[in-house]
Design a binder for this molecule. Structure first.
Ligand code: LUZ
Ligand code: MOS
Length: 783
């Protein structure tokens, strides 16, 4: 049953029949909603006048914070994010006024008539400015094992440095969108593009000042999310709900692409400092890491993201003495948010840079230094936060990918090529990924399901996870079908709906299939137990030949059978109407919470993760040193998804994750001007990977024969971990730049490695080399 069946909506996606919120048919009562946002990064609102806008023909509502019936709050964790600005605006793009009108044009006309008077204040726009202003979103966090300071002092070698890693725009194809439809009295039906329907429901109830039982949030599918709708789908939903409530008409808000990019948060920028001690073999002995992130104007998920970064500064490597600090800064930019990897990429980039630097300093192959530092199988296997690395697949995967990628031969070929080639240089890098699976906020690791069997024997599965293109519903359909032993076409997965499964967690942390799969299985097990018990009873009453016990009954091949007396069998389709007549309850809710995890975030110690997902990639690039342009010649990926629930979907996730990571490490540069305006707010200034950027030779394999214990059908999470495999591309580019200086000097490098960064790095390298050259090649006569 773990077949690579196509995504349940694949045909609909390509024919255009898949319904997204913007496609939903609503009657002529539908109003268009618009958000009027701050043009200033930081300003006091002196006054505003909405009268003229309210009198615009076709306009049904113009709302400010004064018109909010409930709480003016939409902070998901900390209540520090107003729904509409009151007396101050803290970033460009912050919502100030909402408009509902019959047409988009009328909204724009009303917007022109709104008069807001601002007194502009000084903004904080960079981490460096925030550090000097001591502008923090909260107290720093710390983790520590051993005595890194003294160990670094006694180490044979040390390195120090800092690394900037850039922001990233989610670029989901479907921008933020929500449609609210009023019901009777206080009821509201909400169709939201959200990864977190339960939180969207909660926040709407809070801004409207009604009970959560009045608000139903439904998600059929999202057109991509990537973390950008883990909390920030809530915003558009709250705004649409306010307009719907004020007009008693259906209201839809869909953010125009540029507005979406300007208004929503990004992946957190990080500035990371490190100091590391190591020995002659390149083995890390001790390290101090100080991570600083740009949280933007409000808390959002910034502390959880910083925590995950701190939990991934080790990546796949054992660091005996280690301390990590993490500080989240408050700036006047939209609140930064979850993005695939959730701080993991920012943490891992630091240690991968460190290992690369160690290897270059020792003139060793970086892959070999990585191998030297891998977590051990029996010892050296406890992380800096106290979790044992169990079922370590690093060595097995290293051996396999070194061979399959022909790494050593290609290193030699690259060296030979670089000797001959003046204007093109090639580079290669192997990087591993070890990624912790579970929400680090432990209580979030829970999920629910509601499975219904109808009288015709068809099955409807509800679960708390949302579909964003990742294939979760397909996997849940497969889980239900395999557990019931029926064919896939008997099972349908319903749109996610808060009135079916309550109090769910976001579909996030790569844990959607793990958590909801187990909850679905739990519901199916309950139903199977009931079916077995009642069928056994029926058979035993009908013919008293033998006794069928409940536990003897098996469900397979669309049939329910007594395994000891196979003549006693009935098709699933026939059994269900029979059981209905016998008054058997044919629906059940399921639940799951991840067992045996526990984590003290104040001490920075414990077992935050149920298990680790592993991956490894080798990337080779060709760099044009005159333009800084690079091509990926070949990428080999070996990724661990346990026993795959669906190999087709998983390979898609691995390849997609790597490509999305490529964007982050190469071309995707988010830039703001000196006044906090986003300069890169459309696809013509913000470059996500296109087909041309995909590796010419792309070889992806899933690790075979590596079942994952204690998870749904022995599978592993897939979504986030492969993104970080793209660090191999970043370091392959660095390797090619280094070749410009014949590997004698280490390039200065940051992330993303845009053409500009690459060219500056090459120029810097050439300059440093030229300065050194006279001394190194002192003419004979001068000696
Ligand atoms: N969301 C969250 C996440 O709230 N906690 C997490 O640990 C997490 N990890 C990855 C992505 N989203
Ligand atoms: Mo996420 S970064 O929504 O798992």
């Amino acid at each position: 049953m773990n077949r690579a069946v196509p995504h349940e909506s694949a045909a609909k996606h390509v024919t255009g029949e898949a319904v997204y919120i913007d496609d939903m048919l609503v009657n002529e009562q539908l109003l268009v909603g618009k958000v009027v946002y701050s043009p200033h990064a930081h300003a006091r609102i002196v006054s505003f006048d909405l009268e003229e806008a309210r009198n615009t023909p076709g306009v049904h509502a113009v709302l400010s914070y004064r018109d909010i019936p409930g709480h003016n709050q939409m902070g998901p964790v900390v209540k520090d994010e107003v729904c509409l600005a009151e007396h101050e605006v803290v970033c460009v793009g912050q919502a100030v006024v909402l408009i509902a009108a019959e047409t988009d044009e009328q909204c724009r006309e009303a917007e022109r008539k709104i008069k807001v008077q601002y007194e502009v204040l000084e903004p904080i726009l960079t981490i460096e400015q925030a550090i000097s202003a001591a502008s923090l979103l909260g107290p720093p966090a710390n983790m520590k094992r051993g005595e890194p300071d003294s160990s670094i002092r006694t180490s044979p070698h040390t390195i120090k440095g800092e690394l900037h890693t850039g922001a990233q725009e989610h670029w989901y194809l479907e921008s933020q969108v929500c449609l609210c439809v009023p019901g009777e009295h206080k009821e509201m039906n909400v169709f939201s593009s959200t990864q977190h329907p339960s939180e969207t429901q909660s926040l709407i109830a809070e801004v409207l000042g009604v009970g959560k039982n009045e608000v139903v949030v439904e998600v059929r599918r999202m057109g991509g999310a990537f973390g950008g709708k883990e909390t920030q789908g809530n915003h558009t939903a709250c705004w649409a709900a306010l307009l719907c409530n004020a007009t008693n008409r259906p209201v839809k808000i869909r953010l125009f692409r540029d507005d979406d990019m300007i208004m929503t948060g990004k992946r957190h920028r990080f500035l990371s400092n490190y100091e590391v001690g190591y020995d002659d073999e390149g083995r890390i002995l001790a390290a101090n890491f100080d991570l600083h992130s740009d949280g933007g104007c409000a808390t959002d998920l910034s502390f959880a993201i910083m925590q995950r970064a701190m939990l991934h500064v080790d990546n796949a490597y054992y660091i005996p003495d280690c301390s990590v600090s993490g500080t989240v800064y408050k700036t006047n930019l939209p609140s930064n948010t979850a993005f695939r990897g959730f701080g993991g990429p920012q943490g891992m980039a630091v240690i991968e840079q460190v290992i690369d630097r160690i290897a270059r300093a020792l003139h060793k192959d970086p892959a070999e230094v990585r191998h030297t530092n891998f977590y051990g199988m029996k010892d050296r296997n406890v992380t800096h936060y106290g979790q044992e690395v169990e079922n370590n697949r690093l060595f097995m995967m290293y051996d396999q990918i070194m061979k399959s990628s022909e790494y050593l031969q290609r290193c030699k070929a690259i060296a030979a090529f670089n000797q001959e080639s003046e204007f093109f240089k090639k580079g290669i890098a192997l990087t591993p990924v070890k990624f912790g699976i579970s929400f680090t906020t432990s209580f979030l690791n829970q999920a629910g399901a509601l499975v219904l069997i109808y009288k015709d024997g068809t099955i409807l599965v509800n679960h708390g996870g949302t579909e964003m293109g990742q294939g979760l519903h397909t996997k849940m359909q497969q889980v239900a079908a395999s557990e019931f032993g029926v064919s896939l076409d008997r099972v349908k997965v319903n749109a996610t709906n808060t009135s079916k499964v309550p109090n769910t967690s976001a579909t996030a942390a790569s844990a959607g299939a793990d958590l909801n799969g187990m909850a679905v299985k739990n519901a199916v097990d309950i139903l199977k137990g009931r079916i077995a018990e009642n069928l056994a009873q029926y058979w035993n009453e009908r013919d008293r030949l033998v006794t069928t016990r409940r536990d003897d009954i098996v469900f397979e091949n669309n049939t329910i059978t007594d395994s000891h007396y196979p003549k006693r069998n009935i098709s699933f389709a026939d059994a269900i109407p029979l059981l209905y007549l016998r008054q058997v309850q044919l629906s059940a809710s399921g639940f799951y919470k991840t067992p045996n995890i526990g984590w003290d975030k104040d001490k920075g110690w414990g077992k935050p993760f149920h298990y680790f997902a592993f991956g490894m990639a080798v990337t080779e690039v060709n760099l044009d040193i005159l333009t800084g342009h690079h091509n990926i010649i070949r990428t080999d990926i070996l990724h661990d998804v346990g026993d795959s629930l669906n190999a087709g979907i998983d390979i898609g996730q691995v390849e997609g994750g790597y490509i999305q990571g490529l964007g982050w490490v190469t071309t995707e540069e988010v830039k703001w001007d000196g006044e906090g305006n986003l300069m890169t707010h459309s696809p013509d200034t913000y470059k996500i990977p296109g087909v041309q950027d995909i590796p010419k030779d792309f070889r992806t394999e899933l690790l075979q024969n590596a079942p994952n214990p204690n998870t749904i059908r022995r599978s592993k999470a897939v979504a986030e971990p492969p993104l970080m495999l793209a660090l191999s591309a970043w370091l392959a580019i660095k390797d090619a730049v280094s070749a410009v200086g014949n590997h004698e000097l280490e390039p200065e490098f940051s992330l993303p490695a845009t053409n500009e960064v690459i060219l500056l790095s090459i120029e810097d390298l050439k300059r440093r080399k030229a300065e050194k050259t006279p001394a190194a090649t002192t003419p004979e006569f001068a000696k």
